[in-house]
Design a protein around this ligand. Structure first.
Ligand SMILES: Nc1ncnc2c1ncn2[C@@H]1O[C@H](COP(=O)(O)OP(=O)(O)OP(=O)(O)O)[C@@H](O)[C@H]1O
Length: 658
C-alpha cells in the first residue's frame, strides 16, 4: 500500500480539485442513496395505513408523549416500590429514548405542516417525485465523480509511464542495465494501468460505496441501533476472511504480472528471431514453450479469479447475513410487539411496520455497496502489486550519473589511463589498459573477437564507467562532465545499426534534429545513401525504414547510420565495424566520403577490413583486454603476430568475396 500511496499522492499533487470535487460528489451519492431508502418509511406508512404525513406526524407525537407519560408513571411506581436502581435506570433510558424521538418529530413537524400534501395519494405522488429527483441527482453526482476521478487516474498513469520511460533510458547504462524487455514492457503497460485503475477505484468506488453503506447504516441505527448491532455480529468473521483473501490476491497479482512479463519477453524474442526458428524448423518447440508460459499465466489468473469470487461471496454473505439476523430478530419484535429477546433489550418501544420495513430496506441497500466492494479489493490489490513493481524501478539509482558540478569538456587527446573493467565480477575484460589517441588523429583498432574493442567504446561514451583508472578527453575525466556534453561530441556508428520506424530522412536527421532537408540529403549523398534511395525505394528519402529498419538490407541500414553520424559533425567519430555489411565498391566510396567529412575530427575505426585500415594514421592491436602493439600497417605485419594473422584472414575473405 506504501507504493500505491505514492501514486495517489502524485494524483493528488496534480489533480487536487478534480479529486476534491469527485470525492464530494461521491459523498453526495451516498447521502442521496440513503435519502432514497429513507423514503420507504413514509411510503410504507401511507400505503399500508392510508395516512397522509400530517396524520402520521400527529400519531408520532401522540405516541411519543404517551411513551414519556407512561414511562414517567412507571418510574414513579418503581421508586415507590423501592425497585432496584438498575431497573429504574433502564426505564429512565426508555423515557429518554421517547424524548429524543419527540425532539426529532418536533423538528420535522413544521416542514410537514408547511409542505406535505394533505391527501394520501398526493403524499404518494410527492414521495415518488422525491425518489425520481433524488435518483436523477444521484446519477448526476455519480457521473461527475466517475469522470473526474477517471481523468485524474488516467493522467497519473500516463505521467507514470513517461517517468518510467525516462528512468528506463537512464537505467540502461552501466551495470544496472535491465535486460528483461518483457518484464519492463509489462511494468510500463499492464502494471501502470493497474495502478491507474486502483487510483480511480480507491478514490472513487471505494469511497462512494462505503458512503452509500454508511448512509444506510446510519438510517438503520436511527431506527433501531440495538437491532443494528445485533445484525453486525457477522462482521468480524467476514472482515477476517476479507483480509486473508486480500493478501492472497496481492501475492497472486504479482505472480500474474511476472508471468505476463515472461510471455511478452518470450514473444518479443521469438518475433525478432523468427528467421532462426523457421530456418531450424523449431516452430513446434517454440509453440510448446510459449504454451507453457501462457499456461503459467492462466493458472495464476484462475487463482486470482477464485480469490475474487471468494471475496464477492464473502461480501454477499455478509450482507445477507446482516439482513437475515435482523429479519429474525426484527420480525420477532414486530410480530410479538416485544422490546426484548432472551431478556436482551432490543427496542425502546414496540417497532411499527413502517419502521421495520425501512430498517430492512436500509440493510438491503447497505448490502449492495458491500457486494460491490468485493470487486474493489481485487483491483486495489492488483494496483498495489503493480505500484510495488513500478516504483521499485523508479526508485532505482542509475549506475551512470552526472556530477554535481560538471566541467565543460574541451576537444583534445583521448586517454585511457590504467583502465580496468569487468562486466561481471569473474571475467575481466580490460586489464590496466593505457592508450592515447591524439586530437584529430585517425586510428584503427583491431583485435580478435571478444578482446574488448567495443568495451573500449562503451567506456568512452560512458555507457559504463571503468572499475579502475580513468578515461579523459582534453585532460578532463569524462566522469566530471555531463553525459550530454560528452555524447554531443561523439558520432557513433556501431555494428548493430538501429533505425526507427520512420522515413529515411528522419532517421538521418536523428543525428542533428535541427538539420534542414538539404543538409540531410547532403549527408545521405556522402554516405552513399543516394545510390540506393532513388533506385530501390518508392518515395526516395521519404520512404519508411520499417520497424527497426527491417525493410532495408544490412548494408543500406549501415549507410543511413553513417549519414546520421556525419550529419552530427562531431569532434570524435567512432565507427565500430560500421562497414562490415557493405560491399567492397561501396565501402571504397564511403571511405572516400569519410576522408572528406571527418576532416580534422578525431576518428576511431574498429575494423578488420584491410581497406579501412588504409584510412588510419596508426593501427592499435588489442588482445585480451590490453594494447598489444601500435604502429603502421607495414610495421605491425612485421612486429605483431596477432595483426599478421587477422590481416591474412581478412585478405583471404576479401579475395573470396571479390
Ligand atoms: N553487456 C555485457 N555483459 C557481459 N559481458 C559482456 C557484455 N558485453 C560484452 N561482454 C563480454 O566482454 C568481452 C569483450 O566484448 P567486446 O564486445 O568488447 O569485444 P570485441 O573485441 O568488440 O568483440 P567483437 O570483435 O566480436 O565485436 C567479451 O567476452 C564479451 O562476451
Amino acid at each position: 500500500m506504501r507504493y500505491l500511496n505514492k501514486a495517489i499522492w502524485l494524483a493528488w499533487r496534480d489533480f487536487k480539485w478534480s479529486i476534491i470535487i469527485s470525492v464530494l460528489s461521491s459523498l453526495m451519492v451516498g447521502v442521496l442513496w440513503g435519502a432514497n431508502v429513507g423514503a420507504v418509511y413514509p411510503f410504507a406508512e401511507v400505503i399500508f395505513k392510508g395516512d397522509n404525513l400530517h396524520q402520521w406526524i400527529a400519531r408520532e407525537t401522540e405516541a411519543c408523549e404517551t411513551g414519556i407519560r407512561e414511562g414517567e408513571a412507571k418510574i414513579a411506581a418503581m421508586k415507590a416500590e423501592n425497585a432496584s436502581s438498575g431497573e429504574i435506570y433502564s426505564q429512565e433510558q426508555a423515557v429518554e429514548g421517547w424524548r429524543n424521538r419527540l425532539k426529532s418529530v418536533e423538528k420535522t413537524r413544521p416542514w410537514i405542516e408547511k409542505y406535505a400534501p394533505t391527501s394520501p395519494f398526493n403524499t404518494l405522488l410527492g414521495i415518488v417525485a422525491f425518489l425520481l429527483i433524488g435518483t436523477a441527482l444521484k446519477c448526476f453526482f455519480l457521473a461527475i465523480s466517475t469522470i473526474l476521478m477517471a481523468r485524474a487516474a488516467f493522467r497519473t498513469s500516463r505521467s507514470l509511464q513517461r517517468q518510467f520511460f525516462a528512468k528506463m533510458l537512464d537505467l540502461q547504462l552501466g551495470k544496472s542495465r535491465r535486460d528483461d524487455t518483457g518484464d519492463s514492457a509489462t511494468r510500463v503497460g499492464g502494471d501502470i494501468n493497474a495502478i491507474g485503475n486502483a487510483i480511480s477505484i480507491l478514490l472513487g468506488k471505494s469511497l462512494r460505496e462505503p458512503a452509500k453503506m454508511i448512509a444506510c447504516i446510519a438510517l438503520a441505527a436511527y431506527i433501531n441501533w440495538r437491532l443494528l448491532l445485533l445484525s453486525l455480529l457477522v462482521c468480524p468473521l467476514a472482515a477476517y476472511l476479507l483480509m486473508t483473501l486480500a493478501k492472497s490476491i496481492k501475492r497472486t497479482s504479482v505472480r500474474v504480472m511476472e508471468a505476463n512479463g515472461r510471455v511478452i519477453g518470450f514473444f518479443l524474442q521469438i518475433n525478432n528471431g523468427f528467421q532462426v526458428v523457421k530456418a531450424f524448423g523449431n516452430e513446434e518447440l517454440e509453440n510448446k514453450r510459449f504454451f507453457e508460459k501462457t499456461e503459467a499465466v492462466f493458472r495464476q489468473q484462475m487463482k486470482l479469479e477464485i480469490y475474487g469470487s471468494l471475496i464477492r461471496s464473502n461480501n454477499e454473505l455478509l450482507g445477507i447475513g446482516m439482513v437475515c439476523l435482523s429479519l429474525v430478530a426484527g420480525g420477532y419484535l414486530v410480530l410479538n410487539q416485544a422490546t426484548h429477546i432472551f431478556g436482551i433489550k432490543l427496542a425502546d418501544k414496540a417497532m411499527d411496520f413502517g419502521g421495520i420495513m425501512t430498517f430492512y430496506a436500509a440493510l438491503i441497500a447497505a448490502a449492495d455497496p458491500i457486494r460491490k466492494l468485493g470487486d474493489v479489493f481485487g483491483s486495489i490489490q492488483a494496483g498495489t502489486a503493480g505500484a510495488e513493481r513500478v516504483f521499485s524501478v523508479l526508485a532505482a539509482e542509475p549506475a551512470i550519473k552526472d556530477p554535481e558540478n560538471p566541467v565543460p569538456l574541451q576537444d583534445g587527446d583521448i586517454c585511457f589511463k590504467d583502465v580496468s573493467f569487468r562486466y561481471n565480477q569473474n571475467v575481466s575484460v580490460l586489464n590496466d589498459m593505457n592508450l592515447t589517441i591524439r586530437r584529430g588523429e585517425k586510428v584503427a583498432i583491431v583485435g580478435p573477437n571478444g578482446c574488448g574493442k567495443s568495451t573500449l567504446i562503451n567506456l568512452m561514451l560512458r555507457f559504463y564507467d571503468p572499475d579502475e583508472g580513468a578515461v579523459t578527453i582534453g585532460g578532463i575525466d569524462i566522469r566530471d562532465a555531463t553525459q550530454k556534453d560528452l555524447r554531443s561530441r561523439i558520432g557513433l556508428v556501431n555494428q548493430n545499426t538501429v533505425l526507427f520506424n520512420d522515413s529515411i530522412q528522419e532517421n538521418i536527421r536523428y543525428g542533428r534534429l535541427s538539420a534542414t532537408d538539404e543538409e540531410v540529403a547532403a549527408a545521405g549523398k556522402l554516405a552513399e545513401v543516394d545510390t540506393f534511395v532513388h533506385t530501390h525505394t518508392s518515395h526516395g528519402y521519404k520512404s519508411n525504414c520499417g520497424e527497426l529498419g527491417s525493410s532495408l538490407s544490412g548494408g543500406q541500414r549501415q549507410r543511413i547510420a553513417i549519414a546520421r553520424a556525419l550529419l552530427k559533425n562531431p569532434d570524435i567519430f567512432i565507427f565500430d565495424e560500421a562497414t562490415s555489411q557493405i560491399d567492397l565498391e561501396s565501402e571504397r566510396q564511403i571511405h572516400a566520403a569519410f576522408e572528406r567529412c571527418v576532416g580534422d575530427s578525431t576518428a576511431i575505426l574498429i575494423t578488420h577490413r584491410p581497406a579501412a585500415l588504409e584510412l588510419a594514421d596508426r593501427i592499435i592491436v588489442m588482445n585480451a583486454g590490453q594494447v598489444e602493439a601500435i604502429g603502421s600497417h607495414e610495421e605491425l605485419l612485421k612486429r605483431s603476430q596477432t595483426y599478421y594473422e587477422l590481416y591474412r584472414e581478412e585478405v583471404v575473405q576479401d579475395r573470396q568475396a571479390a
